[in-house]
Design a protein around this ligand. Sequence first.
Ligand code: HEM
Length: 183
Amino acid sequence: MTYYEVLLLVHVLGVAVWLGVGVALLVIGNRFRTGGDNAGLKSLFDQTEWLTQRIFIPVSLLVLVAGILLVIEGPWSFGDLWVVLGLAGFAATFLTGILVLKPRSEAIAADLQRGGMTDDVARDIGSMFTRMRIDYTVIGLVVADMVLKPTGDDVGTLALMAVVLVAVVVLVLRSERSAPAAA
Ligand code: HEM
């Protein structure tokens, strides 16, 4: 096994864990939300905070470092479009985590401490999980980008990826608008 193959294995295993654990959380969150299970949502919120520190942050950084080393070691360049898109996708999820999800979950944790679990808090947790679908779509699109390695000539592939992203954003925002208001 070459050094490159070890890096690729680490990179892909990291992606599998990151995406697998995340998608499982979203599916369970949707189950609790649609079933009106507030206790389930509260527990899932706690577990997600725990998993963020122990899985999501270290594994996503491992994916980034292995990806950068793969570019340095392999026949690739940081100017290749698919590498630029991978870095942009990573930056988008990283910044969403720090600038959007972290403050939101801190506000929810403060609400939970102040008044315990209420329908309002359950709605906020459910809404956070719904919005995280956009994040995981971006990660899924980065997987497609890494596998297909589009260049500027692959207009169809790039357009399809953009359409998928826009469609998911629209669907998430529409489902947010039609979600029942808290009692
Ligand atoms: C959300 C972040 C990322 C995800 C989900 C992801 C996913 C993947 C996947 C699934 C592969 C395997 C593709 C294949 O073998 O056909 C791969 C390979 C690779 N990735 Fe990433 N990646 C991410 C971030 C990055 C970043 C930031 C870089 C570079 C700075 C990078 C560089 C590479 C390289 C060089 C390969 C090897 C390509 C090959 O040997 O064919 N990745 N990535």
